[in-house]
Design a binder for this molecule. Structure first.
Ligand SMILES: Nc1ncnc2c1ncn2[C@@H]1O[C@H](COP(=O)(O)OP(=O)(O)OP(=O)(O)O)[C@@H](O)[C@H]1O
Ligand SMILES: [Mg+2]
Length: 351
């Protein structure tokens, strides 16, 4: 089954074609990040305008790529190959989501194929399903998923495809948001500085100030997190003490990784799961990936993290999630009407 996915929840405009939820055939991502760097944060209207400018070129480029891969002479052959269209309906910025949803409806109407609405957060987790270097991943359930992105930090129990239970999450800032704010405080980047902060942290081989920052809620018997106090404590450290940037970056990252690892492993043990999945932009963090991988090995639980290119927003995982929902009859596709498929900026993972 060939699904054409569309993702426009924030500042990326993306399209992809995926076969049977696991084989990525082609993918196109266009980002308006450079425009938001100038303003030091996302201006929703600017993001939406860039979505409008990019959506048709991105969809066309994706079909062109597919045509080339298949060696077809005409683009019409590509259209007939597609079995369904999938689109992110939320969460995200309303005006950005509208662009993708309306484009997807038009495409599905034109192709006369079903349209599958996808939750962006669930999409992030399906980045784990794509075949990598010929290896198919047979993820065993039940599983715990740690979703760590720019807008979310959640622990989810997955009993089966589409059967999710929220078990905990951040009470304030998302972990990606904390990374971005601290990166700004350290003068590393004005916008989305998480990866740069982590790179800086790697320059510090031995953390001589270990424990100077708090590890919020680490010993609490729940699956919730809090990162806003950690961000404030980091700001005080930057302002009051002369500590090299890489050392502060390292101590911040150590605090984040320790908290996420401890609570995630608590969940893995409590629910006796077979697998742990990561998803979201922060799952590109190598320190976190390595630590969780190591801890899972100790308790004989299989650990999955998406390939780095599928950690941040793209349409590959949207098409993949759509396939598994379709295959597991999550929706009655005969009954879903296009007009019922609407953007939902505040969609939760179990809505
Ligand atoms: N290596 C890294 N270490 C830490 N954080 C990182 C790394 N790479 C990316 N990030 C962070 O990931 C976040 C972006 O992730 P993503 O694109 O999934 O978020 P989003 O789509 O804005 O939010 P959501 O998916 O919750 O709607 C940013 O906060 C960015 O700084
Ligand atoms: Mg995202």
């Amino acid at each position: 089954m060939l699904i054409f996915g569309i993702e426009t929840s924030c500042d990326e405009t993306a399209a992809a074609i995926v076969e049977d939820g696991v084989n990525e055939i082609c993918s196109v991502v266009s980002s308006s990040k450079e425009f938001h760097e100038k303003t030091g944060g996302i201006v929703p209207e600017v993001a939406a305008r860039k979505q409008v400018e990019s959506i048709v070129p991105v969809i066309s480029e994706c079909f062109e790529k597919y045509k080339e891969i298949k060696g077809y002479e005409s683009i019409e052959h590509c259209y007939t190959d597609i079995d369904a269209v999938a689109v992110t309906i939320g969460p995200g910025l309303l005006a950005s989501l509208v662009v993708g949803v309306e484009a997807a409806k038009s495409l599905a109407l034109f192709l006369n194929k079903p349209l599958i609405p996808v939750n962006h957060l669930i999409g992030h987790l399906y980045g784990n399903y794509l075949v990598e270097e010929g290896v198919t991943k047979n993820i065993a359930f039940p599983a715990v998923a740690l979703l760590v992105s720019g807008g979310h930090t959640e622990l989810i129990l997955i009993k089966n495809h589409g059967d999710f239970e929220y078990i905990g999450g951040t009470l304030d800032d998302a972990v990606g948001e904390a990374y971005d704010k601290v990166a700004r405080l350290l003068g590393l980047s004005q916008y989305l500085g998480g990866a740069l902060l982590s790179k800086k942290a790697q320059e510090c081989k031995v953390n001589k100030i270990k424990g100077k920052l708090p590890r919020p809620m680490i010993d609490q018997d729940n699956f919730d997190f809090s990162f806003s106090g950690l961000k404030t404590a980091t700001r005080r450290l930057i302002e009051n003490e002369k500590i090299p940037t890489e050392v502060i970056a390292r101590e911040f990252e150590d605090a984040v990784v320790e908290v996420l690892t401890k609570k995630t492993l608590n969940a893995v043990k409590k629910f006796s799961v077979k697998s742990l999945l990561m998803g979201g932009g922060v799952s590109a963090n190598l320190h976190l990936r390595e630590t969780l991988g190591r801890e899972c090995e100790k308790v004989n639980v299989k650990f999955y993290a998406p390939p780095l290119r599928l950690c941040t927003d793209n349409a590959v995982y949207i098409a993949s999630a759509a396939y598994f929902m379709y295959a597991n009859e999550q929706y009655d596709f005969e009954k879903i009407k296009f007009e019922d498929i609407q953007p939902n900026p505040s969609l939760g993972i179990i809505d």
